[in-house]
Design a protein around this ligand. Sequence first.
Ligand SMILES: Nc1nc2c(ncn2[C@@H]2O[C@H](COP(=O)(O)OP(=O)(O)O)[C@@H](O)[C@H]2O)c(=O)[nH]1
Ligand SMILES: [Mg+2]
Length: 684
Amino acid sequence: MAQFETSNIRSIALVGHGAAGKTTLAEALLVAAGALPAAGSVERGTTVSDGDPLEKTWQHSLRSSVMHLESAGTRIHLIDTPGYPDFVGQSIAALDAVETAAVVVSAGAGVEMITSRMMAWSAARKLCRLVVINKIDADNVDVEATLAAVRAAFGNECLPINLPADGGKRVVDCFFNPGGESDFSSVAQAHHALVDQVIEVDEALMAQYLEQGEEITPDELHAPFEKALREGHLVPVCFVSARTGAGVRELLDVMVRLAPNPAEGNPPLFIKGAGDSEVEFHSVPDAAKHVLAHVFKVVIDPYVGKLGVFRVHQGTVTRDTQLFVGDGRKPFKVAHLLLLQGGKSVEVDSVVPGDIAAVAKVDDIGFDCVLHDSHDEDAIRMRPLEFPVPMHGVAIAPKRRGDEQRLSDVMHKMMAEDPTLAVEHDAQLNETVLRGLGELHLRSTLERMASQFKLEVETRPPRIPYRETITAKAEGHHRHKKQTGGAGQFGEVYLRIEPLPRGGGFEFKDAVKGGTIPTQYIPAVQKGVEQVLASGPLAGFPLQDVRVTVYDGKHHPVDSKEVAFVSAGRKAFLDAIDKARPIVLEPVVHVEVMCPGEHVGDIAGDLSGRRGQVTGTRTLQAGSLAVEGQVPLSELDGYAARLKAMTAGHGAYSMALSHYEPAPPALQTQLAAEHAKHRKHEED
Ligand SMILES: Nc1nc2c(ncn2[C@@H]2O[C@H](COP(=O)(O)OP(=O)(O)O)[C@@H](O)[C@H]2O)c(=O)[nH]1
Ligand SMILES: [Mg+2]
């Protein structure tokens, strides 16, 4: 396989709402570049990127898929991503592997929920953006209106670089060689709009253009074009039909000639060191420097094992390179270096900045880790991405007895693949809760567990993940003293507790003076205190946002033992909580409901009726709207069914944790009473 230099590499993610045609477009691009003899179809389950058995049954992408092609001496890495809110974690992660986000919009459906989210997320990540309006072949689509909607939603810097012609059967170029007739608007005008927009970022060129009235060639425009892309001053719009192939060659041409190479994009931000010595730095896309590569995707296959998919940001990785994982001390040797084509792969000798490749069977590799080859630069990581915090939960237990350990192993494997999955243990009910972004997300996770790992589970609705905290400062004290025949037990602890701001977690401080509690017993006190955290005394929920300061105590030269201080620490903490006005916190989620316009009133009214707050509505297109709001999670029980009923099946929603806030008093009392009953039951 030919080697490519960084300047001849492009990395592009196809992102956007579900059913916009991303997977079909990826297929069409592979065919147009000759990487694939003929296009498969999503419906028949024969595409390169939806190769997973579950994707074939569901007929849409559940995971991101990495592909590559070659065109005009350029290697293009493509990442096809899922477009449903439930699977958006994969799409967010892909943004760290590319310079360009190609946001695919269906000409029929227009701007949708994930379209706007991906536009915003990729802008926040400083990616160059390209809008691809797909399905220009389809019947009854108003392509002109879709372009207008894109510009209304994302600004006038969205400018067509080509336009549909012959009723969507082909496209005409507005940039390199403008000419011909388009189905709507003038090609010459589109050309001038582009040139005007581009030269705004280059004063010298602007002067040449304005004062001397000189024509500017596309070559002269290249550098300012890239600058305009980098600064978000220009978002080119292309038109295609992934189905008929119209505009696909032209899109490939745009990717080769205009999409930034790694040196033309905005370099990503890395962080190294910890605490005060933490420094931020940008990678340099230079093949001769130290290696910096970022793992943005991990696939765990029961047969092949773990595959770490990474983007090279700096340096050259060759077969036999020794690489460190994050701050790991022991390097691993790259045995096989793979370029992926969906589920298949080809081996290559080396990869350089801009390349996306994979290594197999390296245990230490996890999602989001950085691979590097410098011994002294430890703890290197990328500026973290923000993923939605999963709140949709299901309590699970293995169907077969004795599978508990395997369930825990499999869930850890699945979490390593998916940053939007979480597992919680409900200490009080001794129950395992799996959390994801939505019903579909959890269902596909459980299906994968069954099909891929042959692990079947029973499910039931989980408890709401309430939390407990305190609202006042208080002091606590306990003296643990036991005299049982021989050696006694003695330990005494004085501590102070105070509330931390929401999200502050837990802090433990040792302020003991003069060794009244000997240093070696402090960990025992901390252990006792931490025993309380999993199940708070008020209603049995995890306790958070508390600082505990141990400041005094007493010990006995003979009878003081670890157990004594564990017990004293625990009871002193309970004593303090009792006086610190403990309360129950409830999770409030951010919801986004997408529905046809006529149902907006009902949806908003219904959310308000659920102690919710509607924070806004956004027009998407084609008569559909997104209603955004915040609602306590406990009020969303059965919401999927309710939404279906309200919108005759045309609504969709997603949610993620917003914050925790005090539960209403009646709910507090109820939860505390249930806990008291439960405890009494256990004591009887
Ligand atoms: N008419 C038409 N249909 C298309 C086109 N591209 C994709 N589709 C169809 O739209 C549906 C969704 O396509 P898919 O590629 O799975 O979309 P994705 O969810 O964005 O990956 C499928 O039924 C495709 O056959 C197109 O250019 N024209
Ligand atoms: Mg897809």
